[in-house]
Write a new protein. Sequence first.
Length: 545
Amino acid sequence: MVNGAILFTIHCSLFTVLSSCSLDENPKDQIPEEEAYADAGALYRNTVATLYNYIGGATDGQGLQGTCRGIYDLQTFGSDEAMIPTRGTDWYDGGIWQELYRHDWTPGHPMLGNAWSYLYKVITLCNRSLELLESHQHLLDEVQYVEYTAEVRALRAIYYWYLMDLFGRIPIITTSKTSLSQLEQMPRSQIFKFVCTELQQVCPNLHYENSARPGDYYGRVTYHVACFVLAKLMLNAEVYLDNNWTDGDHPDGSALTISVNGETMNAWEATIYYCNQLENADYELEELYTSNFEVHNENSNENIWVIPMDKDLYYNEMQYFFRSWHYRHAAAYGFTGENGACATKRTLEIFKYGTWSEDPRFLLNYYDGIVFDNNRKIVRDRNGEVFEYKPWEVELDLSDSPYLETAGARMNKYVVDRNATKNGKLMDNDIVLFRFADVLLMHAEALLRNGQAEEGQDYFNAVRGRVDAPEKPLTLQNLLDERLLELCWEGWRRQDLIRFGQYESLFMGDQWDEKVDESDGHTTVFPIPGGMIDFNPNLTQNPGY
């Protein structure tokens, strides 16, 4: 298969991704090297295009979104946004979901190893692609070589951003030939500077086309994707430039000095600069919130970067509905459900669920109450009674609850693809990674933090106005709440809570406990995964663990 061919395979276990990960350059199931690198087109397909096979996934721990037990779960179920309660004999899984929700994880938590292995796997592939592009540079003209390498470097930088966000202190590897003895764990501030520099250097050589629309740049890292990540980096600069997150001393974004295209700015001004790049492009809020999550949402003017989905072309899966819906609910759509993920009470409170002030986006993101099938007929439970979700009855352990199966509001983010296959996991709704509403909220936040709240109010109002939510004053708390209201189920909650200094509480039972001592590393980063340090003496555990 030329279009998706990889001329080497990776053999990596959980504990060897950074040490003995081997590249087999002659796998028997791939085309010969002379065919894969015969010309410029083949070289691009087999060094750059093939990397996009890994943005989504079909197995646990793989992909940036869509699958389970990886990056998305750490960001979502490691926050106050959502949980997977223990439901009798279901979903205890050795306590891993409870540990995530309580911020009680250890270095041995399996999702940490999954995320670490996946991210470094793709980084290794990027390094290999850059080496192949260099060794076959004679097949390319100067423009092609610059553009191809820029795209790979940008993708690699994005993966380093995810690693830095999750683990803080990590090794930077820029060659596939790095050995165990060469690995050096760097301070988080150096990772931040490396990622920013890489993206800033390659930005001028990335294409400007809309990556979320079908065509030659569909799903690819373009200039706008890079600008979105740079805006996120600058918005979180206070966090990322803090090398010792346990000492209670944090950088001030207003006082930071950041260089953008030769100009010196503070963190908030740099955020605004990159938001402006996107606001001056052809993105805009869709009139309907749901347009971004339709079955065929590739025509959205709001989505910036997506995982392309096509049940007949790709293996990428969306497993979130499958995991969230009750068995009877899923069966009503012809699918299978696992009766797991649901909204927390904290999320219900922020949405003002069940009150006259309930946010209009609640029913666009969650199922509650009586469940209906495709034909608007009431779904019934196994005893023939009306099936009804009970959002307020959710608890971390429902084993002794009469609402064991029905507690919790369930995911309703994407419009259901009635023709989805593989129990609803292969659907035609592209998975949204970045979208323009987030840009407007980032812009509002940067202006607010920079002392320009009046200017930021318009951006804040635009997002709320799209769903006819009443106006609110732009404050930090209102903004943090708005990010959950607008972006729930999209994998941003943990990062947002950390930036707002509200990730320092341990959830115990029904309410947030008093804040823990900042010397606890759980407030900012995850630990280096278990076994990595034992295997590699150059790695040390993160502060606070």
